[in-house]
Write a protein that binds this ligand. Structure first.
Ligand code: AGP
Length: 613
């Protein structure tokens, strides 16, 4: 879950470019940072443990000469950032060979690194770090000794690697080229007027060019200042692939005056939701047809995307009378692996399209002849290439590690899918379908008003409860998915231990935790569950809990029972409520994080796209 970047420029020093690109990739990992350039035929490196700004203050990452270079921002999988007794920079990338003539940055995990390391140590190689990555420059060095060219040496090296990798190799042997390759971990090229770039993600070079070339699994590319060449690693066949122009602008990947990307992205939701109302009809209809005809449907995803799947299972049942199984991706193989077959259809949901757990579940299902459908936010991501049919949710780049706008956009697309399946099945009357379609078009405005109306309130409530030891989030029906998402946001960015479950479960155990003043958040749209949830609120109040409710405008019954409340203007049909009711919970989490002095954009121990299992 690191971010790698490489750049070959026609002129000038690339170090400031690399530094800036790593800043734009920092959401992928921020344990340590490093860069290398070639100047006067020599590789020079700056790296250390810590966030980019801190390391830059110490080392000045802009101050390296050379018009070719690579960089890395890290999320540690092997070798602690500060291993016992070893200098802190040791495990930071780039890693080099014995003679510092080869420097490698890597994103992924090399499963067979221990045996490769032992083999290389027997050949006299000396290792400086505890990382898996360091075997790569030593293997390249070994292949060069056998007479291979640099490109062949990299090819033969990656052929020996088991696991996931996106690498960029810089070497003084060919000081005008960078060799990069990928297997599982994402890698894209950026084709500029004055330079060519390789990076883990498009935002890295977006201010420089929006012309991109996606590298597929098992491909290697050689980039120079004015050209690039791609080959298949296995059969070394040349691959001709023209650049694609990405509609994203550099501004879309910047904060635009907001203190954090997360707050900017919360406020971008109305625009993103309007984008989802211009769907790719052909693909949505195709996906709806597959779902309608499926023997059984599994909705598979991780984290926030799983919460979209859980909410979608209520939408498909409610609107289309279609039973679906929402499954947490990392449990799919264990839980459903043996049941999947040619009659199974998997709808995989992943904003990044690169989450390893979700791709592993998809891989397993494909090997059992299941049909794969995809919903993602990134054109060209791996999920789009393993799906029979996919659709893109058009939320634009999401930089904040905590998913916000991508969650509500997923829900809007999934609701539209459920409506299309309902139409196909003729289960719902035309008038009801028209009403729902009308409501879906009103959602962007309702979410806009919800954010405006509750922003200050969220700041005040966050301040009031910022030192709470634990939080409860409760909802019934589809709101149990909203509760789970509210909890995940508060936990992942404000580090507040939180519990969420369907409100009906309270009396089966968790209520024993409740003490006077205990903050309990209730999500209470005025749907069929409204009456019952009032009972649950009374149960909690009877034990002195402090009730924070998310209600529909004018819901006096619950307002009078609440110590604090958020209001959603307008009435929404049940299947659509999570799209609006989650917004106050996103704001509560954001302001609680800020009040507790946490950085909402870069929560500790997390990274934006989880590309390791
Ligand atoms: C959510 O805020 C987290 N960033 C995380 O749970 C995320 O939703 C999960 O890793 C899935 O990511 P994906 O949608 O890119 O597959």
């Amino acid at each position: 879950m690191c971010g790698i970047f490489g750049c070959v420029s026609k002129k000038g020093n690339v170090a400031p470019l690399i530094h800036a690109a790593l800043k734009r990739l920092e959401y992928r990992g921020y344990d340590s940072v490093g860069e290398a350039t070639i100047h006067e035929g020599k590789i020079q490196i700056k790296k250390d443990q810590g966030k980019i700004d801190d390391v830059h203050r110490m080392l000045n990452l802009d101050d390296l000469s050379g018009s070719i270079g690579v960089g890395h921002t890290r999320w540690a999988t092997h070798g602690a950032p500060r291993p016992l007794g070893l200098p802190s920079w040791t495990n930071a990338h780039p890693h080099t060979d014995c003679n510092s003539e080869i420097a490698v940055v890597h994103n992924g995990i090399i499963d067979n690194f221990l045996e490769l390391k032992a083999e290389l140590e027997n050949l006299g190689h000396e290792f400086r770090s505890k990382t898996d990555t360091e075997v790569i420059p030593h293997l390249i060095e070994e292949n060069l000794k056998k007479g291979a060219t640099v490109v062949e040496a990299v090819r033969d090296t990656v052929k020996r690697l088991d696991g996931s990798y996106a690498i960029a190799v810089l070497t003084s042997h060919v000081p005008e080229r960078i060799i990069c390759a990928r297997n599982e971990s994402p890698l894209v090229l950026g084709i500029g007027e004055e330079a060519v770039y390789c990076a883990s993600d498009i935002p890295a070079f977006l201010p420089l060019t929006n012309k991109t070339v996606i590298l597929e699994n098992g491909e290697l590319a050689v980039i120079q200042a004015d050209r690039y060449e791609i080959r298949k690693i296995d059969d070394w066949k040349r691959v001709l692939r023209e650049p694609e122009v990405i509609e994203w602008t550099a501004e879309m990947a910047e904060k635009q005056g907001y203190p954090h990307f997360m707050l900017k992205e919360i406020h971008e939701q109305p625009t993103c939701l309007r984008n989802t109302l211009r769907p790719q009809d052909l693909y949505l209809d195709l996906i709806a047809t597959f779902l309608d005809r499926a023997g059984e449907v599994f909705l598979v995803a991780a984290g926030t995307s799983y919460h979209s799947c859980l909410a979608a299972s209520y939408m498909f049942s409610d609107l289309a009378f279609l039973a679906t199984h929402p499954v947490i991706a990392s449990e799919f193989v264990e839980q459903q692996g043996m049941a999947v077959n040619i009659n199974s259809t998997i709808l995989a949901v992943s904003q990044s399209g690169e989450t390893s757990d979700t791709l592993a579940a998809v891989d397993h299902a494909r090997n059992h002849a299941a049909t794969i459908l995809g919903l993602t936010n990134v054109v060209g991501s791996t999920l789009t290439r393993v799906s029979r049919v996919y659709t893109v949710q058009q939320s634009g780049p999401e930089i904040g590690v905590a998913a916000t706008k991508t969650f509500t956009s997923q829900l809007s697309v999934l609701a539209q899918l459920a409506l299309r399946v309902a139409k196909l099945r003729g289960k719902v009357g035309h008038r009801q379908i028209e009403e729902l379609e009308e409501k879906i078009t009103q959602i962007p405005d309702i979410v806009e008003k919800t954010i405006e109306r509750n922003d200050e309130r969220a700041q005040r409530i966050a301040k009031k409860y910022k030192d709470s030891k634990v939080f409860f989030f409760l909802g019934r029906g589809i709101s149990s998915a909203t509760a789970l998402e509210g909890r995940l946001k508060l936990m992942e960015i404000a580090y507040v231990p939180s519990i969420a479950y369907p409100a009906g479960e309270s009396k089966h155990g968790p209520i024993s935790l409740v003490e006077p003043g205990f903050p309990v958040v209730f999500i209470c749209p005025r749907d069929e569950t409204h009456k019952t949830i009032i009972g649950n609120i009374m149960e909690m109040k009877a034990r002195g809990a402090s009730i924070i409710s998310v209600i529909e405008e004018g819901d006096e019954d619950i307002k009078n029972l609440s110590d604090e409340y958020f209001e959603v203007p307008g009435r929404l049909p049940e299947p659509l409520t999570p799209i609006a009711f989650v917004a106050p919970l996103q704001l509560l989490a954001y302001y609680t994080a800020v009040q507790r002095g946490c950085n909402p954009d870069m929560p500790r121990n997390l990274a934006k796209s989880v590309t390791v299992k």
